[in-house]
Write a protein that binds this ligand. Structure first.
Ligand code: MN
Length: 239
């Protein structure tokens, strides 16, 4: 099994970027990384999980991540709840249930005709850690449960928690960047300009139409945060 916690304390020659919750939006992801950010091999790119489901091209998102890694780009992906759910469903569900699960999640192209997760995708999912600790940041999919006695060992919360209060003493001056919960653009921008300890980065790039609960006019961008300049780069959904 993979390491759950990885420290990356040295800074790259280039820039450090974070992107979260791509959810099958492969064209939007490529437009952000290739055009808007102009990622170079000197940069570090951290990805906070939930590559698959909801959008139309889950396989294409992972293909692009693997392409970047294979071509010498320094990409550091994390586990999201959608990746873990897929791994668990593929092991625990019977064929009928798993077929339904894949249909509901619109997770196309990830499994073969025998409903087995394709080997290179399985290896990718199984390699994903749960959080990165940098010199100045903690990067995690959903957040940390600081009500828990050992928040940095509560891996379930890292993928699922919705609201949490940061314990600044435990964080030792480091900020948290997380995704998982679609957050209005003005709230994301506010947390950055207010120098907040916790910065949400999921602007629900997959939500481009009126929604029962969410205000889609405040959503629909894939966000990239430059960890050093705190510049927020936005890419509107182009699927
Ligand atoms: Mn999530």
């Amino acid at each position: 099994m993979s390491q759950k916690h990885i420290k990356i304390l040295e800074k790259p020659k280039g820039r450090r970027f974070v992107i979260s919750d791509i959810h099958g939006c492969s064209k939007t992801f490529k437009a952000l990384v290739g055009n808007k950010m102009q990622l170079t091999k000197d940069d570090h790119l951290f990805l906070l999980g939930d590559y698959i489901d909801k959008g139309i091209d889950s396989a294409g998102v992972i293909d692009y991540i693997l392409y970047l890694k294979e071509n010498g780009y320094k990409v550091f992906p994390l586990m999201g709840n959608h990746e873990l759910n897929l791994l668990e469903a593929s092991q625990e569900y019977n064929e009928r249930m798993f077929r339904l699960f894949l249909k509901i999640n619109k997770c196309k192209g990830i499994v073969d005709e025998q409903l087995k997760i394709k080997p290179h995708y399985l290896a990718f999912f199984e390699s994903l850690p749960y959080y990165y600790e940098l010199e100045d940041y903690h990067l995690v999919h959903a957040g940390f449960d600081f009500r828990n006695e050992k928040p940095f060992q509560n891996y379930k919360a890292m993928l699922e928690i919705r609201r949490f209060q940061a314990d600044t003493e435990l964080l030792k001056g480091k900020k948290i960047i997380h995704g998982h919960t679609p957050t209005n653009l003005t709230d994301i921008q506010k947390s950055i300009t207010n120098n907040a300890v916790v910065i949400p980065l999921d602007n629900g790039c997959v939500y481009t139409k009126p929604h029962k609960i969410l205000d889609y006019k405040q959503l629909g961008n894939l966000c990239s945060l430059n960890l050093d300049s705190l510049e927020l780069i936005l890419q509107k959904n182009v699927e």
